[in-house]
Design a protein around this ligand. Structure first.
Ligand code: UDP
Length: 246
């Protein structure tokens, strides 16, 4: 599909308008990798393809389980066609174990298990380094137009976590935490953006080996190999599930 007018270029993706449909956009996945608010920059060959493939697979899996997403179809190895949503300026993080910023802020050992999944909101503002916001702050500051949306987003997020935990476990992976972004399309909330090792912490279940962007953030090496391993395990599981249903 021909890329049309560039609407937006982010750290990992470009978003193009599609000329024949004003309701849809084309997402192009780049090879760039950034961390720490883009203060650390890198890239590896085919990263865009791997992240597009994993994102599409996760969106498809969720759609099969009744969760609406912005994904419509894969267009090429790096492009997917999506509904053009009005993005909600929040990053929603779900944690199944404590790692990264929350573990650090609370002085807890990284990897600590928690009894129930934890949900956190961050205000999507690059110039403020995406600060943590409480539900009260979201309401009081009018970050979301309709207050009932917060409830919908929370319910949807926990449901997504439930489905993904099952899927990842079948693939011998553990979904430690992940970040989601939601958008509004025709008054419905859709899961948008991407779902990839750039935005999720994914550990190998048996060994605890870390396979996600922390390898890049913390200079552990084997970034490409780890992303490929996630891709391979998730696709194998997807295929097994599809074969089983035939
Ligand atoms: N995350 C993300 N984009 C961000 C911040 C976080 O995709 O701007 C993801 C991150 O990869 C991890 C989860 O959200 O899977 C939780 O990140 P955390 O708050 O622990 O921050 P970090 O340690 O990544 O700074």
């Amino acid at each position: 599909m021909k890329e049309e007018k560039l609407l937006y270029e982010g750290k990992g993706k470009k978003i193009f308008q599609i000329s024949h449909s004003k309701d849809q956009v084309l997402l192009f996945f780049k090879d760039d990798l950034t961390a720490y608010q883009a203060k650390k920059k890198g890239a590896f060959e085919n990263k865009g393809e791997i992240c597009r493939k994993i994102s599409s697979l996760i969106f498809k899996y969720l759609e099969k389980n009744g969760i609406e997403t912005h994904w419509i179809e894969d267009v090429s190895s790096r492009q997917m066609r999506c509904f053009k949503t009005e993005m909600i300026p929040l990053e929603v993080v779900i944690r199944n174990r404590l790692a990264g910023s929350t573990a650090k802020r609370l002085g807890l050992k990284e990897g600590q298990r928690i009894e129930e999944a934890l949900l956190e909101f961050y205000y999507k503002r690059d110039d403020l380094d995406d600060p943590f916001v409480s539900e009260e702050q979201i309401k009081q500051l009018g970050l979301i137009k309709n207050k009932s949306l917060i409830k919908d987003i929370k319910e949807k997020s926990f449901l997504i976590n439930k489905h993904l935990q099952v899927f990842f476990k079948r693939a011998n992976l553990e979904l430690v935490d992940f970040k989601m972004e939601f958008g509004l399309f025709k008054n419905k909330i859709l899961l948008a953006d991407e779902m990839s090792p750039d935005s999720c912490r994914i550990w190998e279940e048996k060994t605890g080996e870390r396979l996600d962007k922390d390898r890049f953030r913390r200079n552990w090496g084997q970034v490409k190999e780890s992303y490929q391993k996630i891709e391979c395990l998730l696709f194998k599981t997807w295929k097994e599930l599809s074969d089983f249903k035939k």
